[in-house]
Write a protein that binds this ligand. Structure first.
Ligand SMILES: N[C@H](CCC[C@H](N)C(=O)O)C(=O)O
Length: 261
């Protein structure tokens, strides 16, 4: 059967979106999702999301990684599905929706292309040698480096993601370099098994790790540059807990079409 899809991107992290409120598909298998996300044999994307009806919330987000498996929370995907829900007329400026890590509040600009998405509170950061490990809805490893422009992010990220500690469950690997007025971040994503142009839960984890490292107590605003654009993370940090966490950035519809499934 033919299914309508929409392609969105947020800072170059790109997604296939399917409005599943009328439940057009009875089931979808991992292989079919992976094929749709394939950049040569499919539409091409870092992940695929279904927008579902929800009793208590405006809608529900179901996120699959590009390998076809259900993923943990995706921050940029969350921002894109908010823009998609506005486009579908589900809400106007503010929404509450359900994702795999619980409910999320978000607001969107009048033009519909700037989304501020509330992320889960975080109250623990672990240390692994010179890196920070934390969960912002997805698990992240954060390492500060120099010369990030020339770092072999694929090889370094692959080796950490597949080492004895992380192999079984996987982890997203973020490298960060401090610049005078922003952080520069590159991420190797679990489930894509490659470097992506941006990772929302990843830059959120990086901003928290850097706030802990530099003891930035209070309201913290962190501008971040990634390969696909710019994002901003805002939160309150009391020295232990991160609250009122917002991931802010662009989310845009790129094209739409039909695919047979
Ligand atoms: N790109 C995503 C992260 C997806 C999480 C996924 N790679 C996993 O660990 O399941 C983001 O913007 O937060």
């Amino acid at each position: 059967m033919n299914i309508k899809f929409y392609k969105y991107q947020g800072a170059g992290n790109d997604f296939v979106l399917i409005d599943h409120r009328q439940a057009p598909l009875k089931t979808i298998d991992t292989k079919a999702v992976a094929q749709l996300c394939d950049r040569r044999f499919g539409i091409g994307a870092d992940g695929l999301m279904f927008l579902l009806d929800s009793d208590k919330y405006d809608f529900e987000m179901v996120y699959h990684n590009a390998d076809g498996n259900l993923g943990s929370m995706c921050g940029n995907g969350g921002r894109c599905i908010v823009a998609f829900a506005k486009y579908l007329g589900i809400f106007d400026t503010e929404t509450n929706f359900l994702a795999v890590d619980g409910p999320h509040y978000a607001k969107i600009s009048a033009e519909g292309n700037w989304v501020e998405l509330q992320m889960i509170d975080v109250d623990s950061i672990n240390i692994d040698a010179d890196a920070f490990v934390l969960n912002t809805g997805s698990p992240h490893y954060v390492k500060e480096v120099t010369d990030l422009e020339t770092l072999d992010v694929y090889t370094e990220g692959y080796n950490i993601r597949n080492n004895e500690t992380y192999k079984a469950n996987g982890i997203n690997v973020n490298f960060v370099e401090r610049k005078p007025d922003h952080l520069f971040v590159r991420t190797f994503e679990r489930g894509v098994e490659d470097e992506t142009y941006a990772c929302g839960t990843g830059v959120t984890a990086v901003a928290m790790a850097m706030a802990k490292k530099q003891r930035q107590i209070g309201q913290v605003v962190t501008p971040v540059t990634v390969l696909g654009g710019n994002l901003e993370i805002n939160f309150r940090y009391d020295g232990e807990k991160f609250t009122d966490v917002f991931l802010c950035g662009p989310a845009e519809k790129v094209f739409e079409g039909e695919v047979s499934l």
